[in-house]
Design a protein around this ligand. Structure first.
Ligand code: NAD
Length: 279
């Protein structure tokens, strides 16, 4: 039976370490302040925003909330970002996704000061990631790397297959794993014979956005399986992209949903906020 990788425990360790770091920073009069912008009142987004604010409070990071109406124009949002970009008190800016359809996400990512871009979505930070320079790392991929490292799962020379090529998970994760000397393949909806490719993986990372799609047919015996997906099943219970019950019996280690990758995303957002002090 596979070892369960406990994302809640690892995220909590990281947040405790950050809280200690913040205590030291405050003693040196260094302040960290995250501005969180939400456009509209999507209930799921409100839950995520609240969780981020709670994590800030726990660690000792100040947070400021900016709530714009669903109908707010792209220009309004851009002018708020322009203000926050130069506001000295604000050290990090986060725009909660998804944005309403009339706002172009790319324009928003590009408008954020790259030195306050704690989500790591600005093209400059994406470029820094691919060239191995210091910059903000996107939170979910950074969280997956921490899950592996803190579970003492070595990446050096390993075959890693990532299923999913999104800009927020699959692509940046590939850059991070390459830096750790893994051999990385990215599979997607046009990949031919996906089970055969996935079965070559020592470490299989699934960010496919399809409920419980990945069964033991896709997994090599003894592989490590990381499940990024979040869905609700027919009983309204959370589940992932991986059929956990089926894959658990063949993998050597696996992340559950909930309690795997999810908690790590906020922990790494907090890490990005505090990392401003480390430059
Ligand atoms: P996305 O929808 O942007 O991308 C999905 C990717 O999967 C695409 O690249 C697509 O080509 C590929 N794909 C889709 N169907 C496929 C198939 N049948 N075979 C092979 N490839 C296929 O998704 P995303 O934003 O990367 O998110 C993926 C999942 O992770 C979602 O369930 C999302 O909710 C979840 N997620 C979780 C966190 C977290 O913090 N835990 C963060 C981000 C996303």
């Amino acid at each position: 039976m596979a070892q369960r990788i406990d994302g809640r425990k690892i995220a909590s360790q990281i947040k405790n370490e950050l809280a200690e770091e913040m205590t030291r920073l405050k003693a040196e009069n260094f302040r960290v302040c995250l501005a969180v912008i939400q456009v509209g009142e999507d209930p799921a987004s409100s839950v995520y925003v609240n969780n981020k604010k709670k994590a800030c409070a726990l660690i000792g990071i100040e947070s400021l909330s900016f709530e714009l109406r669903q109908e707010a124009s792209e220009r309004e949002l851009l002018s708020l970002i322009t203000f926050l970009n130069t506001e000295p008190k604000v050290t990090g800016i986060l725009v909660q996704l998804p944005l309403p359809a009339h706002i172009n996400e790319r324009n928003i990512f590009e408008a954020i000061n790259p030195d306050k871009d704690v989500d790591g979505f600005h093209p400059l930070n994406i470029g820094r990631l691919w060239t191995g320079e210091k910059g903000f790392l996107p939170c979910t991929p950074a969280g997956i790397l921490q899950l592996l490292k803190r579970s003492r799962i070595s990446l050096d020379g390993k075959n890693c297959v990532i299923i999913g090529r999104s800009n927020i998970v699959g692509k940046p994760l590939a850059a991070l794993l390459l830096q750790e000397n893994a051999t990385v393949s990215i599979a997607h909806s046009r990949t031919k014979n996906l089970p055969a490719l996935a079965k070559q993986a020592d470490i299989l990372i699934v960010a496919v956005g399809q409920k419980e799609m990945i069964t033991s047919e896709y997994v090599k015996k003894g592989a490590v399986v990381i499940d990024v997906g979040i869905h609700r099943d027919e009983n309204n219970k959370l589940c992932g992209d991986v059929d956990f019950a089926d894959v658990e019996s063949i993998a050597s280690a696996i992340t559950p949903v909930p309690g795997g990758v999810g908690p790590m995303t906020i922990a790494m957002l907090m890490d990005n906020c505090v990392s401003i002090s480390r430059n």
